[in-house]
Design a protein around this ligand. Structure first.
Ligand SMILES: Cc1cc2nc3c(=O)[nH]c(=O)nc-3n(C[C@H](O)[C@H](O)[C@H](O)COP(=O)(O)OP(=O)(O)OC[C@H]3O[C@@H](n4cnc5c(N)ncnc54)[C@H](O)[C@@H]3O)c2cc1C
Length: 520
């Protein structure tokens, strides 16, 4: 078996003179940098934050590490493959733990549904809530697997920038009823509303309205069943740091606390970037991991755009915003024993609540929460004996909502605390220590996300695949896009796949003249 250092030596890419710049050190940007490094480019990743990871970064306060965004790692083979392309071993660099249970859903009526890796356990849960729905559940899983092979393994791993590619897949879309929503598909298979929720809420994790997002996304049920739900010890930030380590080993560098002001073009070709402080960095290839909206609206503002004009971007449906309350609790490690790593606390309304968020743009009084408690798995998340949590509520993004978060954040947080005290964490208020609140305003200012949206452009059918901003830019040669706002979409598996697509589009770095001569 190769040691870590051996593997580094054996695969170091040939140093070439070709330079690549990646704007944004989100997980998509870091994965893109790794792919380009493996192709022989000398890569510089630029991010305005002070650490890599983007939404997957963290803030530590009073010994509590608040992992700001992603918590659930699915499809670990995507990461392993990425590492392997760079001649490295993912499991050497990151301690990934498979979780059992995956998560618990607590409904308003007091009933629960616990998602687990074992088929038998899942079928027992379905039977416990609604025995008559078992055959429908089995059919749903089979539907999910079919959509996985097409939507994830085929469509999601190749570029969809040619209209002909879209035409070729339309018959399959039609056959798989991609026009139907995730919820409609779940409702066609099971009758119990709680099960319909359990089988249809997943698009919310990538910014989609379950009542409108294409039913292709039911593939998530198969992803979970086949490959599990995982947690990275040290949080997703530990994956980002490990990626930064691979990039450094390839001779690349991270330029943090630096914001790109503009992508520079010469005769329609990307030639580099200018930073806010005026510094100009030339490059042969420019990749933007900044939000696709920010890339076209702001970074290419001085160049006429053919497809992604400000008006067109404004007409897109953007994913919802997020209100996230991060908090630490003192001396609670043994308290709330039934509360595991991931809990979904369902509010009184589903469809109408989702309409409030996505369609009406109204901040509702009720809420449904996703609650993260990493300290049950990872002692590094909190001081000994204490806990670290976050509670997340989907809310309207700034483009449709009229909420003034400067005044609404605290009352909303208090409502959230009351719901948690009533239904999950009794006595919470007495234990609170550190806390931090993110509203859509925070997403706009920290990540430069248009409308403060949590997941960029919503993954509706007419905003997916060819309809999404392409991985190879429509606006400038030598410019590529990765990350949530491009194909295939948001979520860690999506943005890692966007870098895989990039790897298929960008040519290998040209060999150094000396090497070329030697070869001749
Ligand atoms: C609260 C939350 C929970 C989530 N939970 C999960 C989960 O459990 N599982 C999952 O798979 N997914 C989850 N997601 C989704 C997932 O985190 C994102 O889709 C993914 O991390 C986005 O990665 P990205 O590559 O698009 O880049 P981002 O993380 O959006 O990073 C983009 C980076 O670009 C930088 N940038 C932007 N403009 C500039 C500029 N002009 N100059 C320099 N830098 C710039 C930003 O600072 C940022 O660091 C969650 C998201 C959130 C917000």
């Amino acid at each position: 078996m190769l040691t870590h250092d051996d593997s580094l030596r054996s695969v170091s890419p040939p140093a070439t003179g070709a330079e690549a710049i990646v704007i944004g050190a989100g997980l998509g940007g870091l994965a893109a940098a790794m792919r380009l490094g493996a192709k022989g480019y000398r890569v510089t990743v630029i991010d305005r934050l002070d650490m890599p990871g983007g939404r997957g970064s963290s803030i530590t306060q009073g010994g509590h590490r608040f992992d700001l965004g992603p918590t659930i790692v699915t499809v670990p083979q995507g990461l392993r493959e990425l590492w392997a392309v760079c001649g490295r071993d993912f499991d050497h660099d990151v301690d990934l733990r498979a979780l059992d249970p995956f998560y618990e859903i607590r409904f308003q009526d007091g009933s629960t549904f616990t998602a687990r890796p074992s088929d038998d356990a899942m079928r027992a849960e379905v039977a416990r809530l609604s025995p008559g729905d078992l055959p429908g559940y089995d059919r749903f899983l089979a539907d999910s697997e079919r959509r996985y092979w097409f939507g994830f393994e085929d469509l999601g791993r190749r570029s969809m920038h040619r209209f002909a590619d879209l035409l070729k897949v339309l018959p399959t879309f039609a056959r798989l009823r991609a026009d139907r929503s995730v919820y409609a598909h779940a409702a066609s298979r099971v009758k119990d509303e709680r099960l319909r929720f359990a089988l249809s809420f997943h698009p919310l994790f990538i910014g989609g309205d379950p009542f409108h997002v294409t039913s292709m996304y039911i593939l998530v049920s198969h992803l979970e069943k086949a490959f599990g739900v995982h947690y990275a010890m040290g949080g997703v930030g530990a994956i980002a740091l490990a990626m930064a380590g691979v990039i450094a080993s390839q001779g690349g560098q991270l330029h943090l606390n630096a914001e790109v002001d503009e992508i520079l073009l010469e005769n329609g070709r990307a030639k580099g970037v200018r930073l806010i402080d005026g510094a100009v960095l030339p490059a042969d290839v420019v990749v933007s991991n900044a939000d696709a909206g920010h890339t076209y609206d702001r970074l290419l503002r001085n160049h006429p755009r053919k497809r992604w004009t400000p008006a067109k971007l404004a007409r897109k449906r953007w994913s919802m915003g997020l209100f996230v309350w991060y908090f630490g609790t003192k001396g609670t490690r043994l308290a709330w024993p039934g509360v595991g790593h991931h809990t979904i606390l369902v509010g009184p309304r589903y469809k109408e609540h989702i309409r409030d968020i996505f369609i009406r743009g109204r901040l509702a009084d009720d809420m449904s929460l996703y609650v993260h408690r990493p300290s049950v798995t990872d002692p590094s998340a909190a001081p000994p004996g204490d806990d670290t949590f976050y509670a997340l509520s989907p809310v309207p993004h700034l483009g449709i909502g009229t909420t003034d978060w400067a005044t609404e954040a605290e009352p909303y947080r208090q409502k959230m605390q009351k719901m948690l005290e009533d239904r999950l964490l009794p006595g919470l208020g007495a234990h609170l220590t550190e806390e931090l609140v993110f509203t859509p305003d925070s997403f706009e200012t920290r990540y430069l996300s248009p409308y403060g949206s949590g997941f960029s452009i919503e993954p509706r059918i007419l905003q997916s695949a060819w309809f999404r901003p392409h991985n190879v830019s429509e606006e400038a040669r030598g410019l590529y896009l990765v990350g949530a706002g491009t194909h295939p979409g948001a979520g860690l598996p999506g943005v890692i796949a966007s870098a895989e697509v990039l790897g298929k589009l960008v040519p290998d770095a040209p060999a150094r003249p000396a090497l070329r001569m030697a070869a001749e």
